[in-house]
Every structure is written in structure tokens, then in C-alpha cells.
Design a protein around this ligand. Structure first.
Ligand code: NDP
Length: 330
């Protein structure tokens, strides 16, 4: 059976429309491994792709989905055989290569990771790129920034989002005191269930834009929103502390000055989960399946099918989603 279902985004009279359609294997790109996708997940970048953002996707019609987990159906390389359970996140998947919002993908073997024994395919996509990114942020804060739980409170911005909610849960699981910054006043219970000990309204972080530095508060921070909030976080870092910067929902540009860097020796650490070498991705997935395994993954996600995706895509773009969205492609 070479026909399968996929969400297809098409440009029609200058607007971008998403529909579930039937596709054929012959419409997939040439590649080494054909994967029957079992689960995908929704990330902010998928919503940008579905809305015609040319920085993410150049040509349409297109199937987004930067994450996919499934079973190898055919392979031209010896490293992967029929029946292998695999995970793909990032690289070009869902950007200009048809992605995980289709029941099949065909990709280079260099993008594939074999499912670690400690994670089911479902769990891997409850985490998805968001989970991988949150883990990379924490890893960088510890390995490069020298962060440890006893150092003091760690701030997470965009805390109810996909990356943010997993960062809160992971930091809490590792013994950190977590402060969660959110624009959603009604999500305090959700954030406390994930392990946040303090809730910081988003507006509080933007309150003192005119001051060159602010009171030293955070021993570390995971910033998923960027924009001027990022610099406000930098101004509130304790002496020598670091912020891991991974997101842009509040904007790509920010007003800054050198004072926090030269007076307090703070560090701005960039995090990328997309083009990261496969071996590093694989080691993070191993960690997420073992010593960093999270118990509350189901609690921070809700599940949709392809038909419901267009509606949740609108919600993630509007900043109204809470937690993760698992996409079931059965
Ligand atoms: P989500 O939409 O799930 O989360 C983003 C959160 O940011 C929202 O839930 C909201 O949280 C907050 N937010 C939304 N709009 C604004 C705004 N205008 N100002 C301030 N805060 C806002 O997205 P993801 O978790 O999937 O991704 C988060 C970011 O990380 C995105 O920019 C994404 O592109 C980036 N990313 C980067 C990766 C990398 O490799 N560097 C990989 C994965 C994601 P709240 O209401 O709680 O404040």
C-alpha cells in the first residue's frame, strides 16, 4: 500500500491552507530509509512552516513536522533494517523535506537515531524537539556554565510552552529550585505540578527596561522566548551565572548593553537542537531515557490526530498552547 495520509500546506491566493490529503510514496524525496511514522509532535517551528514562513520552508505544497518516531519499512543501508524503531528530529525534516505530519517519511540514514531501550516511541515524541532542546539547555548550563542545584534558583521563561514545560520538569527532577515565568496567570497549578516553586508573571521581567542592571536573582536561566525578555533575564543573573538561549517567541532582536557581562561576568549560551551532530543528539536521547527520564510526560501533553492539527497550529502561534501536543498518525 503506497498511499498514505499527510497534512499538506498549500499557498492559495496568498494565504496558506492546511488540509489532510492522500499522498503516495512516489511523492516522497529520494532517500535511504522509508519510515512508517507512528507519532509526531507539534513544535513552534511547524506552525511557522504551516503559515508560509520562508525562513523555515521555501517551497509549497509542503508537509511540516520536524519530529517523527516510527518503524523502518525499507532501507538501502545496512545500519537500519525493516522493523527498526527510529526517531528523527531536526535537520531538514519538516522544513524543506516532507515531515512527520505524514504517515510516511523518507530520509537520509544520517538523520536517524535508534529508539533508546528506555523510551517508547510515544514517549520520544511526548518529548520531541522540545524535550531535546530543554535537555540541551540544562546540559549546557551544567557543563559550560557550571550550574548545580545548590547554586540557587533557576528561571525558565515561556514556562508553559513545549520547551519551557519540559525544562521546568527536568530541572525540578534534577533537584533545582525552579522559578517559572509565564504570561498565563491561570496556569500556576500546572507549573507547580511540574515542579516550579515560584511563579514569575511575564510582565515582571519586562518592568525595568530602562535600568542597566537589575537585582541579582537567578543562578541560571533557560530562556525560550528571546526578545527584550532575554536581556532582562541577563540583567538579573547572579554574578558569573549563565542563561541558555534557545527561542524567539517574544522576538529575535533585543536592546542590550555590555554592563551585565563586564560587571557581573554573566554568560549568554546559545543552544541549537536542529543541526547538532547526530552523535550528540543520540547521547541526549540516551540521557532522557535513563538518568533524566521524566515520569510526568503524559501529564504535560495532549494528543491530536492529523485532522485537529490546523486548529492547534493556530493556538501555538497565538502563544495559547500549554505543554506539548502529541500527534498520533495511526
Ligand atoms: P511554544 O509555543 O510551545 O512555547 C512558547 C511559549 O513562549 C508560550 O507557551 C508562551 O509561554 C511564551 N510566549 C509566547 N508568545 C510570547 C510573547 N509574545 N512574549 C513572551 N513569551 C511568549 O513553543 P516551543 O516550546 O515549541 O518553542 C519555544 C521557542 O523555542 C520557539 O521560539 C522555538 O522556535 C524555539 N526552539 C528552538 C530550538 C533550537 O534548537 N534552538 C528548538 C525548539 C524550539 P508562557 O505563556 O508560559 O509565557
Amino acid at each position: 500500500m503506497s498511499r498514505f495520509k499527510a497534512l499538506l500546506v498549500s499557498e492559495e491566493n496568498g494565504t496558506f491552507v492546511s488540509r489532510v490529503v492522500e499522498r503516495d510514496h512516489s511523492e516522497l524525496p529520494v532517500g535511504e530509509v522509508l519510515v512508517r511514522v507512528r507519532y509526531s509532535s507539534l513544535n513552534y517551528k511547524d506552525a511557522l512552516s504551516a503559515h508560509g514562513n520562508r525562513g523555515v520552508t521555501r517551497t509549497y505544497p509542503h508537509t511540516p513536522g520536524i519530529d517523527a518516531a516510527g518503524v523502518v519499512e525499507s532501507s538501502s543501508v545496512p545500519e537500519f533494517v525493516v522493523g527498526d524503531e527510529v526517531i528523527v528530529t531536526g535537520y531538514d525534516l519538516g522544513m524543506n523535506t516532507p515531515g512527520g505530519f505524514g504517515q510516511y517519511i523518507r530520509v537520509p540514514s544520517a538523520w536517524l537515531i535508534k529508539r533508546p531501550a528506555g523510551l517508547s516511541l510515544r514517549e520520544s515524541m511526548l518529548l520531541g524537539t522540545a524535550g531535546l532542546t530543554a535537555a540541551l539547555c540544562v546540559e549546557k548550563l551544567e557543563q559550560v556554565g557550571g550550574l548545580a542545584p545548590e547554586a540557587g534558583p533557576v528561571l525558565v521563561t515561556g514556562a508553559t510552552g513545549g520547551v519551557g514545560s519540559i525544562a521546568v520538569a527536568l530541572l525540578s527532577r534534577l533537584g533545582y529550585t525552579v522559578a517559572a515565568s509565564t504570561g498565563k496567570a491561570d496556569q500556576e497549578t500546572f507549573l507547580r505540578q511540574l515542579g516550579a516553586q515560584q511563579i514569575v508573571p511575564r510582565g515582571d521581567l519586562l518592568g525595568s527596561a530602562e535600568k542597566p542592571v537589575l537585582k541579582e536573582r537567578w543562578a541560571g536561566a533557560v530562556d525560550t522566548v528571546g526578545g527584550d525578555i532575554l536581556f532582562s533575564v541577563i540583567k538579573s543573573l547572579r554574578y558569573g551565572a549563565s542563561v541558555a538561549c534557545c527561542g524567539l517567541t517574544a522576538g529575535v532582536a533585543f536592546q542590550a548593553n555590555v554592563l551585565p557581562f563586564i560587571l557581573r561576568g554573566v554568560n549568554l549560551l546559545g543552544v541549537d537542537s536542529v543541526e547538532l551532530p547526530l552523535v550528540v543528539k543520540a547521547s541526549m536521547w540516551d540521557k532522557l531515557s535513563l538518568q533524566w527520564k521524566l515520569d510526568e510526560l503524559e501529564a504535560l501533553a495532549h494528543e491530536v490526530g492529523l485532522e485537529q492539527l490546523p486548529e492547534v497550529i493556530e493556538r501555538i502561534l497565538a502563544g495559547r498552547l500549554v505543554g506539548r501536543v502529541l500527534v498520533d498518525l495511526a
